[in-house]
Design a protein around this ligand. Structure first.
Ligand code: NAP
Length: 252
């Protein structure tokens, strides 16, 4: 149902902690109608405040059609920095419909003294780097993409994800089902209990999953860090929820 003409309709492309926080903040404003969109990848997602729709739009043209039909006044792409396709679609759909678009993107993690980081461009590059770095791998890149590591038959993998990953995956894989935020004590315990000697992570940024980096530093472990894909160019960006709210206030 289209929203009442009096309220400004904001669509948040979500699936992140920041997206949920933003939805909670905006949904408290009676002048706004807030809809969050989730891809539907997680079986039992944490639902944000306000309206929620779940599932793909059908590419950039489908998203553009949705923006028009639902009279969206502002679009905020608060998806994960590695959700490359939906961010590109958001840029295309916003350009087509002239709906103002903001990218809410948490800053990249930055190494500090004591870190032993090995930046790579993809999960396949991460797999190629691993044999020289360790034999017991803590893999925190999510349940999709384990196939990139499937050929590493000699290495042990502890693969952490919210929902169970599907084959193909490396033959010596133990799955740890869990969802952030994670604590430093908890991450220390995981590394010790599983005798981890190398960590693989995406450069997700943010605080919720950063303690693993501290725990790895304390133990002197190498960390393979998958660099972010290049985001669509020329869009306004906000590093946090407060900046996104300020943009929205100035835009509407
Ligand atoms: P993606 O590769 O960029 O997108 C693939 C397709 O999934 C899109 O074309 C779109 O389908 C649909 N989609 C993605 N995000 C959507 C959203 N918020 N609402 C509606 N449809 C969406 O996406 P992804 O990397 O698989 O990520 C999916 C979701 O998981 C995102 O919401 C993201 O924030 C969250 N997430 C991703 C990661 C990660 O590492 N990639 C980590 C944590 C959370 P249509 O073309 O049909 O519209």
């Amino acid at each position: 149902m289209p929203v009442a003409a009096a309220a400004h309709h904001v669509l948040i492309l979500g699936g992140t902690t920041e997206a949920r926080r933003l939805a909670a903040e905006l949904a408290a404003d009676p002048a706004l109608e807030v809809t969050s969109s989730l891809a539907g990848r997680v079986a039992e997602p944490r639902l944000p405040a306000g309206e929620v729709r779940i599932g793909g739009f059908g590419g950039a043209s489908g998203l553009a059609a949705w923006l028009r039909e639902q009279h969206v006044d502002a679009l905020i792409d608060a998806t994960h920095p590695f959700a490359e396709v939906i961010s590109r679609n958001a840029a295309l759909a916003a350009a087509e419909t002239h709906v103002p678009l903001l990218a809410l993107r948490r800053p990249s993690w930055v190494p500090v003294p004591g870190d032993d980081w090995h930046p790579v461009g993809s999960l396949h590059e991460a797999a190629a780097a691993l044999p020289g770095l360790g034999s017991r791998v803590f893999l925190t890149t999510g349940r999709l993409g384990l196939s990139a590591f499937a050929g590493l038959t000699e290495l042990f993998f502890l693969a952490r994800s919210v929902d169970a990953p599907e084959a193909p995956m490396p033959p010596r894989t133990e799955v740890l089902l869990d969802r952030g935020p994670f604590t430093l004590d908890g991450e220390r315990a995981v590394l010790r209990e599983h005798r981890i000697d190398v960590l693989v992570t995406k450069d997700s940024g943010g605080a919720a999953t950063a303690p693993k980096l501290t725990a790895a530093r304390e133990l002197g472990l190498p960390v393979v860090v998958v660099r972010r894909p290049t985001p669509p160019a020329g869009l306004p960006e906000a590093p946090d929820v407060a900046a996104a709210v300020a943009w929205l206030t100035a835009t509407l």
